[in-house]
Design a binder for this molecule. Structure first.
Ligand code: ZN
Length: 267
């Protein structure tokens, strides 16, 4: 009879490893302990996750940096446009001045006010100089009429871009605030659950678990995937480790040193 059982078990072990469970030597007390520890681990892992999310939250630094960059661009473009517009205004004013002077000289010359030939010659020389200046100014005004509008447009566009980014920053900050509130609520909820979860774990196992957590980023447990790999560090676990974990023994991953939790449903 014993022999038949042995043959049956060996056959089952060889052909259908999935049915191994009935032959495992489970320690019921330890099984409950490990299950309780797994629940505690899930709370702790969620707390670690929240801490990580909270610390990696960007209150808007990236968008603010982009606003600063765009502001520098806008200042440069704005200064360029302002200079061109100012030059245009100055030249237009100068042209009016020249026109007024020419009108006055013309009136003096042909109004019979100036008769002295030297004075007439002098005024004619002034007319020539003023007309040369007027032509030069006209040339530059034409250039400025070409240059100023695109410069103004570029500056306006840069300003619009900055406004859009500012709006984006406000929206981002609103979302971050919402996320912060959500994380805080989740954190509070998990911390409230923790003392009850600790209750189910023996002091010895808890101390071991806490020591591992302290050394390994707050995560004290791991699981095994279907290929036998540790799900925390990816190392292929020795068969004896997986078997021991399935028998509810406290075993750890050789690589990341976390307690391996395994159930039939998991692997
Ligand atoms: Zn591992």
């Amino acid at each position: 009879m014993l022999c038949m059982v042995w043959v049956y078990e060996t056959t089952i072990r060889t052909l259908m490893p999935h049915f191994l469970q009935p032959f495992r030597r489970h320690n019921r007390a330890m099984s409950l302990q490990l299950r309780a520890l797994w629940k505690l681990h899930q709370i702790d892992a969620a707390i670690v996750d929240i801490r990580h999310k909270a610390s990696s939250m960007d209150p808007g630094r990236k968008i603010q940096a982009e606003i600063d960059r765009l502001t520098a661009v806008y200042e440069e473009l704005g200064a360029k446009a302002k200079a061109l517009n100012a030059e245009l205004t100055d030249l237009e004013t100068a042209q009016k001045g020249i026109e007024a002077k020419l009108k006055k000289i013309d009136a003096d010359l042909y109004g019979g006010k100036v008769v002295n030939p030297r004075e007439v010659e002098d005024l004619q020389h002034q007319i020539e100089t003023l007309k040369k200046q007027r032509a030069k100014n006209d040339e530059r005004i034409l250039e400025l009429w070409e240059l100023a509008p695109p410069a103004n447009k570029a500056a306006d566009e840069a300003k619009t871009h900055i406004e859009a980014k500012r709006q984006e920053l406000v929206e981002h900050q609103r979302k971050m605030l919402e996320l912060k509130k959500t994380l805080e609520a989740e954190f509070k909820e998990l911390n409230a659950k923790r003392p009850a979860a600790v209750q189910g774990v023996s002091a010895g196992l808890l101390a071991r678990y806490d020591a591992i957590r302290q050394k390994h980023g707050g995560i004290g447990m791991t699981t095994v995937d279907r290929k036998g790999n540790c799900t925390m560090c990816g190392t292929l676990l020795p068969k004896k480790t997986v078997e021991a974990a399935l028998e509810d023994k406290v075993v750890t991953c050789d690589e990341c040193h976390r307690i391996v939790y395994a159930t039939e449903g998991m692997i």
